[in-house]
Design a protein around this ligand. Structure first.
Ligand code: ES4
Ligand code: ZN
Length: 312
């Protein structure tokens, strides 16, 4: 449920697409790209993430990117994928919204047919760009609304509070779209409350900083607001020093509705299964804990009720 499809771009495909589109990369090998993936914080990652995705130009590129990821997810036992994408990052490079959505949706349709994977599409706004730009993108998306399931909010968190996007999210609600937002990844716990209050989100992406505020933890527990936690991402971006310091066990003890997700699998050390395995190794969780996490995801995912019943 928390996957940036552009963050699933493996260096091998990055080179293939660069060649196909005549885009030059600053790296001369796949190994050099991987070696550059040592981040001090979210911004250091975002700089490489936006640079890497510049190879995406055509419908086929978005189709190939998504299909490669959906095949890998299927191979590791994933049965439902919610792909989030960052339309502004591509619009700013002259790639139309129609191109992006057509490519992603083509892969999603094929995955349903060939892999029995259900999927949903989340259009995320960049919080470090003006809210007026997000509103323009939402208006542009009006002609593709049946192809979008939810809107999200991502990119650089600190100094970019959710409240700035209140109007955009109110408009998304009026258009019948579900809403999620990154909050409490690097930013303060107050951004989590703000995302709930001013954006009306139904889920919080990350949310790990909620433990700073006991009243907020109580609220999240009482309302059973889902948190899409990404442990390997938090280690790679130095939100925590190591898996052994990760707050997941404390969040679980607090009775929160948790799911474990991969965020940007090509950049942070793997997919959902790798994140599950890292939790098993660090926390010694048994099968019952993982079944509970997977069940939480199925209960709150954007899928139709027939699919939910089939999976539960
Ligand atoms: C992201 Cl890890 C993370 N945080 C915020 N925005 C993002 N976009 C892609 N990955
Ligand atoms: Zn994320």
């Amino acid at each position: 449920m928390h996957l940036h499809i552009e963050g699933s771009l493996e260096p091998e495909l990055m080179f293939d697409l660069a060649e196909r589109n005549g885009v030059s990369l600053v790296y001369d090998s796949v190994e050099a790209v991987r070696a550059a993936y040592a981040f001090d914080d979210l911004q250091a990652f975002l700089d490489l993430y936006y640079q890497g995705m510049a190879v995406l130009r055509t419908v086929d590129d978005f189709d190939d990117l998504a299909m490669a990821y959906l095949r890998r997810a299927h191979a590791e036992g994933v049965v439902h994928v919610e792909l989030s994408f960052d339309p502004q990052a591509h619009l700013l490079r002259g790639v139309s919204l129609a191109t992006q959505i057509e490519g992603l949706r083509r892969a999603m349709r094929r995955a349903a047919r060939e892999l029995d994977l259900s999927t949903a599409l989340i259009m995320s706004f960049l919080r470090d760009r003006p809210a007026a730009e997000a509103m323009q993108v939402l208006e542009q998306a009006n002609s593709h609304l049946e192809l979008i399931d939810a809107v999200g909010l991502d990119s650089a968190e600190r100094g970019n509070p959710p409240g700035q996007f209140a109007e955009v999210f109110a408009r998304a609600r009026d258009l019948g779209l579900a809403r999620v937002a990154h909050a409490g990844e690097e930013g303060p716990a107050s951004y989590i409350s703000e995302a709930l209050d001013s954006l009306g989100v139904g889920r919080i992406d990350h949310g790990v900083c909620c433990l700073e505020d006991p009243a907020l933890v109580a609220r999240l527990r009482e309302a059973q607001i889902p948190l899409t936690v990404c442990p390997l991402s938090n280690v790679r971006l130095k939100v925590v020093e190591a898996m052994s310091d990760h707050p997941l066990p404390a969040l679980l003890d607090a009775g929160l509705k948790l799911t474990v997700n991969s965020d940007d699998p090509a950049y942070f050390g793997g997919g959902v299964l790798d994140n599950y395995l890292a939790c098993h190794e660090a926390f010694g969780w048994d099968e019952a804990v993982f079944k509970g996490l997977a069940r939480n995801a199925i209960e709150v995912a954007y899928m139709d009720d027939a699919r939910r019943l089939e999976l539960l």
